[in-house]
Design a binder for this molecule. Structure first.
Ligand code: DMJ
Length: 662
């Protein structure tokens, strides 16, 4: 490489003549260049030329040395010590190449025979020289490209390379985001499909629920296909800023419901959409929690139900996109993340820049499965670290405040709720234990301790004996219960089995009491659908008193609790209550274009909010369907539902052992 060709690389934009010093003057200095005096005055042109040649040769030598040196041993060993070259291990596999590195002496070296070594050595030396030249040229090309980049680009590249390296380091053998996932033989799980209900009346009711799913799906498909949700009144797509511009929330959220309802054509078209259109390479600021429970959860369930690799691949790809959310001083993730830039932040309304308990505490189940399916422990490490941070903190009265600052690691406002902002954190403690085949004893202990504190500080009875779970604000109780809090009935009964022996009955009782109260909250409205929040003060019980708490947005929590209570008790009242909800949904929420939420459940005339939430398909209709199915469909010994009702299999000890050895 002639030295002169290096000048544009390192010279200033003014060109070679701008170098100054001995080369700066005269004709090379450009017009008007300053003359440089030599020992006996100015240099002559020929002297300048000789000097230039000497300087160029010197530069060449320097750069040659820099780029040649690392490869020199290869050259030497190729020429003089060919036998040791034959013992050199082949280069490590390229990034993304899942093949394990070969042992020294294996592979290409075995193609060289013992005879004719000198010929081989000469050929090798030539090969090595060619390789050195190639490396040298590549290094120069890269140096040139680097110099042409803006400082921000260089900074970003370094950052990306670092992140890639770190992840690759964890993966051991594959590049972050690469298509290759470790081989994982698919295990067909018990209960992915179930038998027809024996009772013809129940069968008919179940059919009706399937028809509701078809109505919701067909309209979404017709008016909003590929968009996140449907506006069933205006018959167009609805976009929520929870998903940024990731698309297809309803499709991904509905996959497993379509599957268990055996809606085969619909499942097929949903799967095709995922294959062709589900794209996470978008510039989108998303809610980490919502994307996790709906998209990651939906994809994981679809994989575990069907064994279709596309779902595993997409789930892991999305999980990797969410990882930068954990880049905070404590590892407590941000609520919002731009999945392109990796920049995170918290909701502006959250106390003192805090992250939200129900959000960062509701990643555990999915992230454990992501590690299992990818062979990459990083996902599990992230959620186990959340536990560690929480366990280091003092809890007021044994309760977990809803706000935690991800920078200081300190609680924000001391507000506690088993409904919005807190709810699924508690759910995931219990389910982490169940999903681990009851080996995650830390999760179990945290759950039962938390329920103990709820009993002491939050759970109360109204004057007529309705049990409710109040909210706690710095030591003061607000006697209000949210629709969201109604999920707790199901959680209590699900946890009854593992509770200390003398408490089993108490946990079932808690479940049954909460189910009864939540049913009352439905029954005391005109539409027999529950309000967003209801109160136990000012002379009312289980009734919303504020206008802005009277809406119903197709939420599942009350039906979810009926379903759990039914499975554990087989008391027919839970099916009966579930059926009341079906009738109310049909009467007030069903419209030509799908299903809509209601603005005031106490009114005699329904006003629609014009949104068919994706959780109506993933949760409300799925729980209703399960309430009228036999217990062999998604049995609880083998499946745990994430908070969006996506079933995830229990990971047995053996399975986890297998994945560790991979
Ligand atoms: C769902 O997205 C999940 O159940 C979440 O945990 C809470 N709220 C909605 C449904 O109401």
């Amino acid at each position: 490489m002639p030295a002169v060709s290096l000048l544009p690389l390192f010279g200033s934009p003014a060109g070679p003549g701008a170098l100054g010093g001995p080369l700066g003057g005269g004709p090379l200095g450009g017009p008007g260049g300053r003359k440089v005096p030599g020992p006996s005055g100015a240099f002559r042109l020929t002297e300048k030329f000789v000097l230039l040649l000497v300087f160029s040769a010197f530069i060449t030598l320097c750069f040659g040395a820099i780029f040649f040196l690392p490869d020199s041993p290869k050259l030497l060993s190729g020429v003089f010590f060919h036998s040791s070259t034959l013992q050199q291990p082949p280069p490590p596999p390229a990034q993304g190449d899942p093949r394990p590195p070969q042992p020294p002496g294996a592979g290409s070296s075995s193609t060289y025979g013992a005879g004719g070594a000198a010929v081989v050595a000469a050929g090798e030396a030539a090969e090595n020289l060619a390789k050195i030249r190639e490396d040298h040229e590549r290094a120069l090309r890269e140096a040139k490209e680097t110099l042409q980049k803006l400082p921000e680009e260089i900074h970003r590249d370094i950052h990306q390379d670092k992140a890639k390296f770190l992840l690759q380091d964890k993966l051991g053998r594959r590049e972050a985001g690469a298509v290759g996932l470790p081989d994982l033989p698919f295990r067909k799980r018990i209960g992915a499909t179930g038998a027809e209900p024996a009772d013809p009346v129940i069968r008919q009711k179940r059919e009706k629920i399937k028809e509701m799913m078809k109505h919701a799906w067909d309209n979404y498909k017709h008016y909003a296909w590929g968009l996140n949700e449907l506006k069933p009144i205006s018959k167009q797509g609805h976009s929520s800023n929870l998903f940024g511009n990731i698309q297809g929330a309803t499709i991904v959220d509905a996959l497993d419901t379509l599957y268990i309802m055996e809606m085969k054509d619909e499942f097929k078209e949903a799967k095709e959409w995922v294959e062709k259109n589900l794209d996470f390479n978008v510039n989108a600021e998303v809610s980490v929690f919502e994307v996790n429970i709906r998209f990651v959860g939906g994809l994981l369930s679809a994989y575990y139900l069907t064994g279709e690799e596309i779902f595993r691949k997409k789930a892991v790809e999305l999980g990797e996109k969410l990882l930068p959310a954990f880049n905070t001083p404590t590892g407590i993730p941000w609520a919002l993340l731009n999945i392109k830039s990796g920049i995170g932040r918290n909701w502006p309304w959250a106390s003192g820049g805090s992250s939200i308990l129900a959000e960062f505490g509701t990643l555990h189940l999915e992230f454990i499965h992501l590690s299992h399916l990818s062979g990459n422990p990083v996902f599990a490490e992230k959620v186990m670290n959340i536990r560690k941070v929480l366990n280091r903190l003092d809890k007021p009265e044994g309760l977990y405040p809803n706000y935690l600052n991800p920078s200081s690691g300190q609680w924000g406002q001391h507000h506690v709720s088993i409904g919005g902002l807190g709810d699924s954190f508690y759910e995931y403690l219990l389910k982490a234990w169940l999903m681990s085949d009851k080996t995650d004893e830390e999760g179990m202990q945290m759950y039962y301790d938390a329920v103990q504190s709820m009993e002491t500080h939050l759970i109360r009875k109204s004057s007529t004996g309705l049990m409710y779970i109040a909210e706690w604000k710095g030591g003061l109780l607000e006697h209000k219960m949210g629709h969201l809090t109604c999920f707790a009935g199901g959680m209590f009964v699900l946890g009854a089995d593992g509770a200390p022996a003398d408490k089993t009955g108490r946990h079932i009782e808690l479940g049954a009491e909460i189910a009864r109260t939540c049913h009352e909250s439905y029954d005391r409205t005109s539409m027999k659908l529950g309000p967003e929040a209801f109160r136990f003060d000012g002379g009312v019980e289980a009734i919303a008193t504020r206008q802005n708490e009277k809406y119903y947005i197709l939420r599942p929590e009350v039906i979810e609790t009926y379903m759990y209570m039914w499975r554990f008790t087989h008391d027919p009242k839970y099916q009966q209550w579930g059926w009341e909800a079906v009738e109310a949904l049909e009467k007030y929420c069903r419209v030509d274009g799908g299903y809509s939420g209601i603005r005031d459940v106490y009114s005699n005339h329904q006003t629609h909010d014009d949104v068919q939430q994706s959780f109506f398909l993933s949760e409300t209709l799925k729980y209703l369907y399960l309430l009228f199915s036999e217990d062999d469909l998604l049995p609880f010994e083998h499946w745990v539902f994430n908070t969006e009702a996506h079933p995830l299999p229990v990971l047995t000890r053996e399975e986890r052992g297998e994945s560790k050895n991979k």
